[in-house]
Design a protein around this ligand. Sequence first.
Ligand SMILES: Cc1cc2nc3c(=O)[nH]c(=O)nc-3n(C[C@H](O)[C@H](O)[C@H](O)COP(=O)(O)OP(=O)(O)OC[C@H]3O[C@@H](n4cnc5c(N)ncnc54)[C@H](O)[C@@H]3O)c2cc1C
Ligand code: SF4
Length: 502
Amino acid sequence: MKIALIFPDQLSNKSYLFLNLESYDQIILFEPLDNFYEIPHHKQKIAFLISSLRHIKQEINHPNIKHEKIIKDHPGLIKFLNNQNEIEPITSIDTVQPSDHKILRDLLFFSQTNSIELNVHNDSKFIAKLEDFEYWSKDKKSLIQEFYYRWLRKKYNILMNDNEPAGGQWNFDKENRKSIKQLKDEIPKRNSLKTDKETFDVMVDVETSFPDAFGSLENFNWAVTRSDAKLKLKEFISSYLFNYGNFQDAMSKDSSLLFHSLISPYLNNGLLCPMEAIDLVELEYKNNQAPINAVEGFVRQILGWREFIRGIYWKYMPQYKTLNFFDTKTKLPEFYWNAETDMYCMHKAISDTKEYAYSHHIQRLMVTGNFALIAGLNPQKVCDWYLGVYIDAHEWVELPNTLGMALFADGGIVGSKPYAASGKYINRMSNFCKDCKYDVNTIIEDDSCPMNFMYWNFLISRENILRKNPRMSLIYNSLDKKDDLFKSKVQAKSKIFIKDIT
Ligand SMILES: Cc1cc2nc3c(=O)[nH]c(=O)nc-3n(C[C@H](O)[C@H](O)[C@H](O)COP(=O)(O)OP(=O)(O)OC[C@H]3O[C@@H](n4cnc5c(N)ncnc54)[C@H](O)[C@@H]3O)c2cc1C
Ligand code: SF4
């Protein structure tokens, strides 16, 4: 029997499998992803993925669909395939490049052991192919996202005027850093989507199969059909894109979502096509409806970062997952799960995560990620948390972002220096600190902001590794101006603080 195996994040209607359904004897829709059972997941993430798959099932016109649903203790993909093979021998499996390396490895093992043909097709929810990244990255000493982005802009003629970048420069990042304190406009309220019967049934299945999962389904407002995902993209373009660039790095206690697009879940499960989003946003620029810093900023995230991150994942796996550049071992503090901490910034980012299965990029990078970096949390534990709690998390994108960008645990493959920051950065970009029990303006007092003393402690404790990095020289110059008493106080305060929270 020739089977097509479809996972919940492989719903792109341009996928080889969707375009060739008639060539298979059976279509398998496989809901119970192994990682749902291996690490704690947010209920909304499971519900979103499963409901999207069940909605797309209606598009699949085939007489023989096997729908494997989530249950409380699923035996796993390989046991399932073994059973299927016993019921009716499988001759070939066609699937799209899976989202994580382990699934691909398991499928290879299963097919080789059972002499079954395995055909892994290109994943059409990306713009470039993996071979494009291979070609571009070949012979390069270091891989820099900005150059891959420029290469793709030229290749696909996006935001280009002949050979020149639109607006006269490639990157408007410097114009994307306004603090929330500079915001004068109201942030429009997001439209609510109705939960239909299919999604409601999925929610019941999620509660039954994963009763102890993280978060709740109460605020579920995610699109689960192609048409609703498109509506959400249009809502972003009409109400949020204009300010997207300016306040991309800002954080607010009054708005969790700010001007972000919230389309990552749909790009990552295939409900939306990345080029469709880019084309619509570019059109706004061409029609003078949106400024270049917003449009370029958005295009860079999707064409630059998203494509680059995926290339990194497949180039460096499976070793990448085990990297731990600073050899850190501290376990994840309990407040990553319950949000119970006096650090307002951490409390806010984690409560948003619990409520929406979402927090925006700067909260992920400069709050929860920064804390994990400067507190020396173990990268693999931190990665498991990010993979489980975010609606858009799949290993190909979560891992290079967390382990590489946020934790520098890859030693500089994704970024050229750690994104370590003190409370000063958080105070500049947000309105959090005035509601915090801690004092952001001091470092070694009794009530000093932990981000401050842990930041300095991070620099001191990693000095032998980081001082030689030329991009850290200014920072180490400021450390050189501190006296020994200061250094011993930040070290002592950090030690006590980390001991208390773990
Ligand atoms: C520690 C950490 C973990 C992350 N984990 C994930 C993850 O599991 N899944 C995920 O999709 N993104 C992840 N990101 C990247 C980014 O934070 C999210 O893509 C973004 O917050 C999604 O929200 P949005 O759609 O509103 O994004 P917007 O700000 O509106 O950006 C538009 C789109 O650009 C893409 N994008 C932006 N930044 C990145 C990036 N660094 N890598 C890949 N794509 C990007 C996304 O598809 C996003 O939808 C992570 C970032 C960090 C720092
Ligand atoms: S004072 Fe420090 S811990 Fe408190 S919100 Fe500001 S940065 Fe976060």
